[in-house]
Ligand binder design. Structure first.
Ligand SMILES: [Zn+2]
Length: 398
């Protein structure tokens, strides 16, 4: 009882002292008088200025929820917030605020998601920067009792794991193109295929299958059948180019380009289960077959352009690479039901490129560029909630 009354008197006294500060120096209403016992107002500012008392960010904390991460800034009073944003980041600026040492420690310990950075800005501002690459959207609210700023960061929906076929061209009795220095296409493309496989498997957690992992001959038909059997989502064939003119060099990406291909039905029928409900020639089934084929071409085109862009940008950082862009041709190996591309990674007939293609560093760069293309077109992004080169769920039975 005695202790209780003692406490009461301290609280009254404390409240009285605090109450006189804002009255004397600001027009803030009295419900803003929650003072952090750890970090009180710096008296210097109060004495010098007529602006409102500087608020303190008492603590920064975060919690994980099924769809989002919540970051909470506990404040000593009602804070005014300003927001600016561009393509890549949003900055929420807390006016008239400083970070307590406890908040600074939480920031140092990185107890909140990496999509957020919090720092003390100039003239008593605290900046909370949201890096938008890692989040699909965010909301923020200012609450009182107790005073706090609550920011919810929503994660992009997880991309589904996909199945990729990598097809190193040629093999066995078929060496493919042969360079002036004796380099065989079949050897180079297998080496690069394995690097791409390892990158995609470890970084994207995708299922990756090679049509051949040794120096064996494999018919084109078998490669397509293998991909169908594995129910692949994507098909990537890797080749090296050749030209009678040894000066020709560069990179080009092909995709299967005949949208009006008469085999649309047969090709689609093999994989698209919905077609089995219809007789061949049934217009409803034909519609799905055509739709599938159309979507496959569109997804292949996305796959081709994305890979072309990434591959060229990675290679051009170190080499003067000629970009031949994206082309279409009726490659048999691209006639499967899944979107696919054929990458001509360089001209083995050109002595400079032949030398590069044998070089391990260059091979890793090639693989990295291809990997980045695969990554970009199989992931969801802020611009698109469906991956641009995967077909799953994109064909409607209507
Ligand atoms: Zn080839």
């Amino acid at each position: 009882m005695k202790i209780a009354s003692h406490l009461f008197s301290i609280l009254v006294c404390g409240a009285a002292v605090l109450a006189c500060i804002p009255v004397a120096f600001s027009k803030q209403p009295s419900d803003h008088l929650f003072i952090d016992p750890i970090s009180s107002f710096p008296p210097v500012h109060l004495a010098k200025t007529v602006s409102p008392p500087v608020l303190t960010v008492k603590n920064v904390r975060s919690g994980e929820h099924p769809t989002h991460t919540r970051v909470v800034l506990d404040m000593t009073g009602k804070v005014t917030v300003r927001q600016t944003r561009n393509q890549t980041r949003a900055v929420i600026t807390l006016a008239n605020s400083t970070l307590s040492s406890r908040a600074q420690q939480a920031i140092k310990r990185k107890t909140f998601p990496r999509a957020v950075t919090i720092s003390q800005g100039p003239s008593h501002t605290v900046n909370m920067t949201l890096h938008l690459e890692d989040i699909s959207k965010y909301t923020f609210h200012i609450y009182k009792n107790p005073h706090r700023v609550v920011v919810d960061l929503f994660r992009p929906p997880p991309s589904p794991p996909f199945r990729l076929i990598i097809d190193p061209g040629h093999g066995g009795k078929d060496p493919g193109a042969i360079g002036k220095g004796g380099t065989q296409e079949k050897t180079i493309v297998l080496q690069i295929a394995k690097i791409v496989r390892d990158l995609v498997q470890t970084r994207l957690k995708a299922k990756v299958f090679l049509t051949r992992s040794t120096d064996v001959f494999l018919e084109l038909k078998k490669r397509v059948e293998f991909a169908e059997k594995k129910e692949a989502d994507l098909f990537l064939s890797i080749h090296a180019n050749s030209h009678t003119r040894r000066s020709i060099q560069g990179v080009e990406i092909y995709h299967f380009g005949k949208a009006s291909d008469p085999r649309a039905w047969d090709v689609a029928a093999r994989e698209n289960g919905k077609l089995r409900q219809f007789e061949k020639g049934d217009p409803r089934g034909q519609f799905i077959a055509d739709k599938w084929h159309e979507k496959k071409i569109e997804a292949s085109r996305n796959f081709a352009w994305t890979t072309n862009g990434k591959l060229i940008s990675v290679l051009q950082k170190g080499y003067p690479i000629k970009d031949h862009g994206v082309k279409t041709a009726p490659f048999h190996v691209l006639s499967g039901t899944m979107p696919g591309i054929l990458a001509e990674i360089g001209f083995i007939s050109n002595p400079t490129e032949e030398k590069r293609l044998r070089n391990k560093t260059y091979q890793r760069k090639l693989a990295e560029g291809i990997y980045q293309g695969i990554k970009q077109c199989t992931q969801t992004s802020k611009q698109s909630s469906t991956p641009s080169c995967l077909l799953r769920g994109k064909i409607e039975d209507k």
